[in-house]
Design a protein around this ligand. Structure first.
Ligand code: NI
Length: 169
């Protein structure tokens, strides 16, 4: 397993739309393992492949609490089938946009279909933080970021801040 460098705003790679995985093979399983290692090291509760510069529809999640056993979930080619009507508000962060939090309201429940690491189709219902994290990570696969939920004025402020940091580091 290897730790992969995480891409940070304003790198344009984050705006790429990721392509579906055609075959779940050892290369994909290695990517998933490296993504888990990178996510736990960060630490974070979710990571999309595009955040480590791989434009494929792959994401990893673990929303287990600190005192709970790990609950790793890998999703390949995830697709939201249904969204509940109720909304859930969460202050979201992102490993690609450090020290930035955005209050976002998303559907509180989703049903998602994806391939697991064996290439088997899975479906599951998610609520709470898992539902929020799944939607956040699928947004990444479509090139969408939490700052897109801000007004243009505030979004531009965040982008400017990161542009300045990128120059000075
Ligand atoms: Ni993120």
């Amino acid at each position: 397993m290897a730790l992969l460098p995480i891409i940070i705003l304003p790198d344009p790679v984050l705006r790429q739309v990721s392509k579906p995985v055609e075959r779940v093979d050892d290369g994909v399983r290695r990517l998933v393992a490296d993504m888990f290692a990178t996510m736990y090291d960060a630490p974070g509760v979710g990571l999309a492949a595009i955040q480590v510069a791989v434009p494929r529809r792959v994401l990893v999640l673990d929303v287990a609490g600190k005192d709970d056993p790990p609950a790793p979930i890998a999703m390949i080619n995830p697709q939201i089938l249904t969204r509940g009507n109720e909304l859930r508000l969460h202050e979201e962060g992102c490993l690609s946009i450090p020290d930035t939090h955005v209050d976002i309201e998303r559907p509180a429940t989703v049903r998602v279909r994806y391939l697991d690491e064996q290439g088997v189709v899975q479906e599951r219902d998610a609520d709470g933080l898992l539902a929020t994290a799944i939607q956040h990570e699928i947004d990444h696969l479509d090139g969408r970021l939490i700052i897109d939920f801000l007004s243009k004025l505030r979004r531009d402020m965040v982008i400017r801040k990161f542009r300045k940091q990128a120059k000075t580091s």
